[in-house]
Design a protein around this ligand. Structure first.
Ligand code: FAD
Length: 427
């Protein structure tokens, strides 16, 4: 396999993880980042079994566990107004079910960890380098920076997030948005544990299900933080702005119908940011017409966060890209193999995106008969129930979210094994 010169636009979780996978294969990788330092927002992100399988393949899982020291224990779905537990699940059994336990890590810790691992592998970084556009009409594509510099490469990978410049250069008319917003806040765990009324709430991974409102909260695996995501309709957030300050009075007013203990937690929040939940609709392709530029992660399939799989799908993309490029024998061959990457990745990312959107709706049902039926169903069969893993990767695509195989397929999917078994059909 030849070693290619690869530019990755974006040093988010997805660009960093992809740089590790590609550098591990011997490619010369440079990451181009608009901001002057890593753009990190300090709240929690779920790192589930399928992401950890990739980290293991990259040889960095042990180092990940140096940071992520507490895995998720119990996950609960609650009624927002009464705190009543609708369903509870012991997540420690995920090791038997999916091969790995789940962790909620601070984004800061996760991104910094991936950055350090990328540097160890010789990945080069150019910060303060916003990309203006790309040209992919010549033999090799060219990245044009806002300062006018032009950088040529064999392949350009767009991991530049939901407002991706690379995606816009391919599909200028695509609109990305949603009517969902999310306040993000973290509070010191010790501060909450010191208060007897709220202390019992903060050791579990909780989903507070309300009418068009949802709070997801959990203690972090790597910091003394309780991390919260507070979903609500309207227009408080701005697409792609991860640092917009949240209005605390508005936040408390918006969640005023929640149980007194949750309201108390909200009064202990000192500051927050507010995000727009953004969905990128299924695109005709993730590859440029010229054939040497590809988008991955949120740039290609930004999805609602309810299934906690957005970053995970981007991490899988990076591995799949590295595996697929291994089949290219020369520069010209890149155009032949990249479509195989897309054929394998797109259906999975799009199915998980649609399942995630449906979960969001299900967990935010208005109070009433349908909600009562939902609660009864959840009591009978907690979500994320799955049979014990038999040690083989799951490649049977489930028919729907209610298919009992769905969650196994999300978690036990092995990108490398899947590509090895399918790639010859796609090339
Ligand atoms: C509320 C919420 C909760 C979530 N929870 C989870 C979860 O629990 N688990 C999970 O797996 N996923 C979760 N996700 C999804 C996850 O956060 C995203 O899928 C993931 O962070 C996307 O990473 P990315 O690297 O593709 O994009 P980004 O993180 O947006 O990174 C893009 C990078 O590109 C840079 N960039 C942008 N434009 C340019 C340019 N023109 N030139 C150069 N650089 C540029 C940016 O500065 C940034 O560093 C959640 C999302 C939300 C909104």
């Amino acid at each position: 396999m030849p070693n290619f010169e690869i530019l990755i636009v974006g040093a988010g979780i997805v660009g960093l993880a992809a740089s590790i996978g590609l550098a591990n294969k011997g490619h010369k990788v440079t990451v181009i980042e608009a901001t002057s330092v890593l753009q990190v927002v300090g709240d929690g992100i779920a790192v589930a079994a399928n992401s950890q399988r990739v980290l293991k393949y990259y040889g960095i899982l042990d180092n990940f566990y140096q940071r992520a020291t507490r895995n998720v224990g119990v996950m609960q779905h609650r009624r927002y107004s009464t705190r009543e537990i609708v369903s509870a699940r012991d997540m420690t059994t995920q090791v038997q079910q999916y091969g790995y336990a789940s962790y909620i890590l601070s984004r800061r810790g996760y991104q910094q960890f991936l950055f350090e691992e990328a540097e160890k592998r010789g990945v080069q970084f150019r910060f303060s380098s916003p990309t203006e556009t790309i040209k992919d009409s010549a033999k090799r594509p060219v990245l044009i920076l806002k300062n006018g510099s032009r950088i040529e490469a064999d392949i350009i990978v767009g991991a530049d997030g939901v407002n991706s410049i690379l995606r816009k250069s391919m599909y200028p008319g695509i609109q990305v948005s949603s009517d969902q917003n999310c306040y993000r806040a973290s509070i010191s765990l010790s501060k909450l544990q010191a208060d007897p009324e709220v202390a019992p709430l903060v050791s579990t991974f909780d989903f507070w299900m309300g009418t068009q409102h949802l709070v997801i909260a959990a203690p972090s695996s790597d910091e003394d933080q309780y991390s919260m995501a507070l979903y609500h309709p309207g227009n408080t957030g701005t697409a792609g702005d991860w640092k917009k300050p949240g209005d605390l009075d508005h936040m408390r007013e918006t969640f005023k119908d929640f149980a007194p203990a949750m309201r108390k937690v909200l009064y202990l929040v000192d500051n927050s940011v507010v995000w727009k939940v953004v969905e990128v609709p299924p695109l005709p392709s993730w590859i440029s017409k010229g054939g040497n530029v590809v988008i991955i992660g949120d740039a290609a399939h930004g999805m609602t966060p309810y299934q906690g799989q957005g970053a995970a799908m981007g991490i899988e993309d990076g591995t799949a890209l590295a595996e697929t490029l291994e089949r290219a024998t020369n520069l010209e061959d890149i155009k032949r193999v990249l479509p195989a990457f897309e054929t394998i990745r797109k259906p999975r990312a799009e199915l998980i995106a649609s399942a995630s959107a449906m979960l969001g709706k299900m967990w935010q049902m208005p109070d009433g008969e349908a909600q009562k039926q939902r609660d009864e169903r959840m009591k009978a069969m907690p979500i994320w129930d799955a049979k014990t893993w038999n040690g083989t990767h799951a490649d049977e695509i489930p028919g729907s979210l209610r298919d009992r195989k769905h969650q196994t397929w999300v978690m036990v999917y092995d990108t490398i094994a899947f590509i090895a078994s399918l790639i010859s059909c796609c090339l």
